[in-house]
Design a protein around this ligand. Structure first.
Ligand SMILES: Cc1cc2nc3c(=O)[nH]c(=O)nc-3n(C[C@H](O)[C@H](O)[C@H](O)COP(=O)(O)OP(=O)(O)OC[C@H]3O[C@@H](n4cnc5c(N)ncnc54)[C@H](O)[C@@H]3O)c2cc1C
Length: 368
């Protein structure tokens, strides 16, 4: 088949990889460079974790996603995942974390509750409240996001797919499979639209997708904490209002600080400059969760867009020859390889729209 893919974020590139691996002719279009720094997928690191409490549909899918990534590493001939483990800090009232521990135990995964008296010695770089519970989930870690995008794009070029950077798709004819860019029209047997937070401009009925601005900071820590960071798990501090996440500086990446705080902005084409007050909001949470944060230096800041749905489910739609896919909220990178394989099955007719949704969407939104 001849397939057009709109969008070279993780969903588009992974779909292109899955289709090209099966011998299809693939053309990938992106409005910017490939990869595009404006894409939601473009960052140094993304978490791969499965502790989602009562949203156990996410947890199961995250486990399946690990197997899908292994197929990507085999194709790329390199492993771009680092199993750092994730340390969750939660309050004593938090039942969700216990559900995640149950899920892990049922699935033969390794978790450890770390007693208070050991926390300071093991994690001198974290500032942990005395009444917090700490659980280490070992089979979780960091996907080297930007390197994955670059490697997938290189793999695609080498294996005969055609990449079209700086080719904004301005219209889609879902009926005859034609897209139009400023430089011409391209016809294909099928179109996959993986345009992230820009999807509503191309896909009728996709208004349920709500782009939401988010901020990440990059930091360097004091030399005395370098060793602690080098062997550190990623952190998910759920004891603070707004939650706080920090990833260790491994394989050339920087310490990254992120929160779930809401930021003002719902249009991915808006100014991406990060304001002083946005930096201060993230840094204020970092100061509560990292020891001696006053000795850190903020060396970078970037804005990026989540693509939320109200129930955090995947968005999958078929319109005649087109398929649209968008991952849920702030969790979609880890599902990228799996979504790519599912979309390839859908395009090949191995899964219909309902099955594809069940695979990617319904299981995620399942309440238990
Ligand atoms: C701060 C932050 C932290 C996150 N953390 C995590 C995490 O730890 N773990 C995790 O799993 N997920 C995380 N996510 C979510 C994850 O990054 C996204 O769900 C995922 O990357 C979305 O990928 P995508 O391919 O659907 O969209 P994108 O990466 O946005 O790709 C869409 C592409 O389509 C292109 N495009 C759009 N319109 C057009 C057009 N008209 N013509 C041509 N091209 C077009 C864009 O230029 C872009 O390159 C995070 C997101 C953010 C913002």
């Amino acid at each position: 088949m001849k397939v057009t893919i709109v969008g070279a974020g993780i969903a588009g590139l992974a779909t292109a990889w899955a289709l090209r691996s099966r011998g299809h002719q693939v053309n990938v279009f992106d409005q910017g460079p490939i990869p595009n720094p404006m894409a939601s997928s473009h960052d140094e690191q993304r978490y791969h974790r499965f502790a989602y409490g009562r949203m156990s549909g996410y947890s199961s899918l995250a486990l399946e996603a690990g197997a899908a990534w292994k197929r990507v590493w085999e194709a790329l001939n390199r492993d771009l995942y680092i199993e750092t483990g994730v340390l969750y800090l939660s309050s004593k009232e938090d039942e969700d974390i216990l559900r995640s521990v149950d899920f892990a135990e049922h699935n033969g995964l390794d978790t450890e509750q770390i007693p208070q008296q050991l926390l300071k010695t093991r994690y001198p770089h974290f500032s942990i409240a005395e009444d917090a519970r700490a659980f280490l989930f070992r089979q979780s870690g960091i996907l080297l996001a930007e390197r994955i995008l670059v490697s997938l794009a290189d793999w695609l070029r080498e294996s005969g797919a055609v990449l079209h950077p700086h080719a904004k798709v301005v219209s889609v004819d879902h009926h005859d499979g034609t897209i139009e860019t400023l430089s011409g029209r391209f016809q294909a047997d099928a179109i996959v639209i993986a345009a992230g937070p820009w999807t509503p401009s191309l896909v009728p009925g996709s208004e349920v997708l709500q782009p939401a601005r988010q901020i990440s900071l990059f930091a360097t820590g004091p030399a005395r904490l370098a060793e602690a960071w080098r062997r550190s798990p990623a952190l998910a501090d759920l004891t603070v209002s707004g939650n706080f996440y920090a990833t260790p500086p491994l394989r050339g990446t920087r310490i990254k600080l992120v929160t779930d705080l809401p930021f003002y902005g719902n249009c991915p084409d808006d100014d991406r400059h990060v304001s002083k007050s946005e930096i201060e909001a993230v840094a204020a949470l970092a100061a509560g969760s990292l020891a001696d944060f006053k000795d850190y230096q903020i060396v970078g800041a970037r804005s990026c867009y989540y693509t939320n749905t109200s129930d955090r489910s995947f968005f999958v739609r078929r319109i005649e020859r087109s398929w649209a896919v968008s991952a849920c909220s702030g969790h979609g990178f880890k599902f990228g390889a799996l979504a790519g394989l599912a979309m390839a099955d859908a395009v090949e007719g191995k899964m219909n729209e309902a099955d594809t949704r069940t695979k990617l969407e319904a299981r995620i939104s399942a309440p238990e």
